[in-house]
Design a protein around this ligand. Structure first.
Ligand SMILES: NC(=O)c1ccc[n+]([C@@H]2O[C@H](COP(=O)([O-])OP(=O)(O)OC[C@H]3O[C@@H](n4cnc5c(N)ncnc54)[C@H](OP(=O)(O)O)[C@@H]3O)[C@@H](O)[C@H]2O)c1
Length: 309
């Protein structure tokens, strides 16, 4: 039996329930994983709220985990019982055990903790996709809205590797973190465009909106001359109307499945070699999943939030 989290309805954290269920045996091309850490992402909250539509209830949540291979189905190569692994994309990651497609399961570098490994691939793959979509490279001055979040932290580190100057927005308490990751912090809020101009009088060449606010959109449009080099990870009608590039889900967005899937093993390699760090801000026991969602919903986690079964 496994302990799993289900949403019994669409709504606030109170719709989350923790129940026991049987785990099926892995079929061909699948493995069963004993989960040691399950990453929480804002997308899980949006799914719970019904913002991504209304799939059938009860609804499983969680798309990335780290753990140990407990059973291997037929037609699986390169994975064995006892292997420490990280998996993304999975379905129903908020669980003590689950069955995943082996093509989404990767060996975890020994230097990465389970907690770190469970919080790397979704945000990292999003960051890679955003940088590619905005065609960011050496010589660019990039504005990143919400630079201190899970995605922002990976994006800043990956941008630094590309030789890019990054100006990152955050609240004042995130400034040290943004600096540590190689970017120049600027406070979001009224007057943002002027503060960015003061730091980068020669202008910014590209922008990535991870905040999803009207302000991030307006300031990006004001400062970046080429609209095709503005990318948002929170696609919405206003962004489509303004002609900027949305990534992930949402109206007019590019899901980027190929580029994101291709990024996963490289992200793990870089993190294993210490070239990328994953900051785990807080862990919660699986049974306290509702509190974990409340914490993420505050929007200032300053790192990854992880559930421990
Ligand atoms: N499209 C995709 O494929 C995709 C993938 C992953 C994530 N996302 C979306 O991207 C967003 C960020 O995800 P995440 O995992 O990085 O979230 P997160 O870890 O919860 O971080 C939230 C970030 O938002 C900042 N913030 C809070 N209030 C703000 C405001 N009023 N203006 C500007 N920034 C503000 C926070 O900065 P301080 O803490 O410094 O205040 C922090 O940097 C979420 O909406 C998520 O759903 C999209």
């Amino acid at each position: 039996m496994a302990t799993i989290v289900v949403a019994t309805d669409f709504g606030g954290p109170e719709v989350l329930d923790v129940i026991e269920t049987e785990v099926p045996q892995p079929g061909p091309g699948e493995v069963r994983i004993t989960v040691r850490a399950a990453g929480v992402n804002p997308a899980d909250l949006k799914l719970r709220e019904g913002l991504f539509g209304h799939p059938p209830l009860p609804l499983r949540l969680g798309s990335e985990v780290a753990g140990v291979v407990a059973e291997v189905g037929s037609d699986v190569e390169g994975l064995a019982v006892g292997d420490e692994v990280a998996a993304y994309r999975v379905s129903g990651g908020y669980a003590s055990e689950l069955v995943a497609k082996a093509t989404n399961v990767f060996r975890k570098p020994a230097s990465l903790s389970f907690e770190e490994a469970s919080g790397l691939m979704l945000v990292g793959a999003t960051a890679v996709h955003a940088l590619e979509a905005a065609r960011v490279g050496e010589g660019d001055t990039l504005l990143v809205h919400a630079a201190s979040g899970g995605v922002g932290q990976q994006l800043l580190q990956l941008a630094r590797r590309r030789g890019v100057r990054v100006i990152g927005t955050g609240s004042a308490r995130s400034f040290d973190l943004i600096r540590e990751l190689g970017a120049e912090p600027v406070a979001y809020g009224d007057g943002l465009a002027d503060r960015v101009r003061a730091v980068a009088p020669d202008g910014v060449t590209a922008a990535v909106d991870l905040a999803g606010t009207d302000e991030a959109l307006a300031v990006s449009l004001e400062l970046v001359p080429d609209r095709e080099r503005i990318v948002t990870a929170s696609p919405r009608q206003a962004a489509v109307d303004a002609g900027i590039t949305g990534i992930g889900g949402g109206p007019g967005a590019d899901p980027g499945t190929e580029i994101r899937n291709a990024a996963r093993s490289e992200l793990l390699r870089l993190a294993g070699e210490g070239e990328l760090t994953v900051r785990v801000s807080r862990t919660f026991p699986l049974a306290e999943v509702a509190d974990a969602h409340r914490f993420v919903a505050e929007g200032h986690a300053a790192g990854k939030v992880v559930l421990i079964p």
